[in-house]
Ligand binder design. Structure first.
Ligand code: ADP
Length: 320
């Protein structure tokens, strides 16, 4: 056995496991002491890297191999997606924003904090997936869209979350946000509608980098949207911008666009609130069908709706 051989084998194993250049080996006789920097790896990746470098050291002739795994704490930015009331498409936008940000190469995770109607497991095609816990820390579930996810709906039996009192829901939010997010450094958070305990805990304790407000074009929803925006502004959390959902109707039969709820309301409201207008999402039966099927349209090659919204959010985050 030569020390060099062990070092080379460990370096190659670390490289192959995605922790290239980040394993140092100290030899003490035939014993190898290895320090592995697993920053950015998922928990499973970290375990695999640890096993791989140990096996490599032993195969290269070390009589014993000890591996100490270190990882820098990833600083995470939280992007809250909020609306004044339910049913305006906040969950739909959250899922698509997360997928579109992922397509822009951000390392994104998705938190479904909508205790009243946790729908992300369905939207992200991860229904039935139960998150595991390690040392009482939850591990997000993988989704087919490259975005790990955790949902309030995974913590309780279906239909039970509604019965939670505010403080319980706020506590559950902590479990979701403090989960083992691995390399994900940007978390999109689908908040419940309105301005209750979960939202207050969010702004006061977890201080999102910014908030995206979703509204439909109707005046009533806009008044609610203003209330939601005020909650963040009052707490000193910047509003990244407003998205108008169900803006204009695309007729599936004739392809004609019409405006059942009026046009331009959200844009004017954004201007009045002094927040950027991030864009419109049409009321389109294909969006609903794809969402119900767990295929966020933002994942499609030809998406022209969510990509520009995500690009503005990404630019905003990059400027922070
Ligand atoms: P919220 O989270 O605000 O309660 P959801 O995202 O669950 O709202 O949307 C409510 C319903 O409206 C869902 O059935 C969803 O598929 C549908 N929906 C949302 N946005 C659109 C859209 N732009 N076009 C068509 N249907 C939509």
């Amino acid at each position: 056995m030569s020390d060099e051989r062990v070092r080379a084998a460990v370096a190659a194993a670390a490289e192959a496991a995605g922790a290239g250049g980040r394993a140092t080996v100290r030899m003490d006789g035939a014993r190898a002491g290895i320090v592995l920097d697993a920053t950015g790896l998922t928990p499973a990746g970290r375990d695999a890297a640890e096993r791989a470098v140990r096996a490599a050291a032993l195969a290269a002739g070390a009589a014993e191999a000890r591996v100490a795994v270190t990882a820098e704490r990833v600083r995470r930015r939280l992007v809250a997606v909020a609306s004044g009331k339910g049913g305006v498409g906040k969950s739909t936008l959250s899922a698509n924003l997360a997928v579109a940000l992922r397509r822009l190469s951000l390392r994104v995770g998705l938190v479904d904090a909508d205790v009243y109607g946790p729908s992300q497991p369905r939207l992200m095609a991860a229904e039935g997936a139960k998150p595991q816990a390690r040392d009482k820390v939850l591990m997000p579930v993988d989704t087919p869209h490259g975005v790990p996810m955790l949902s309030m709906g995974q913590l309780v039996a279906p239909g039970r979350a509604l019965a939670w009192r505010g403080p319980m829901a706020a506590g559950a939010l902590g479990q979701l946000l403090d989960a083992e997010w691995g390399a994900a450094d940007t978390l999109v958070i689908d908040l419940p509608p309105g301005t209750g305990d979960v939202q207050l805990t969010m702004v006061q304790k977890y201080r999102p980098a910014g908030a995206v407000i979703v509204s439909t074009p109707q005046d009533l929803a806009l008044i609610d949207a203003r209330r939601a925006a005020d909650l963040f502004a009052t707490a000193g959390v910047p509003v990244i911008g407003l998205v108008e959902n169900m803006s204009g109707y695309l007729c599936p039969h004739c392809g004609e666009a019409s405006d059942p709820f009026g046009r331009g309301g959200a844009e004017a409201e954004a201007a009045a609130m002094g927040v950027p207008f991030l864009g419109r999402v049409p009321l389109d039966a294909r969006i609903r069908a794809a969402s119900d099927a767990g295929r966020p349209p933002a994942g499609e090659e030809d998406d022209r709706v969510f990509a520009p919204i995500a690009a503005q959010v990404a630019d905003w985050l990059a400027d922070r």
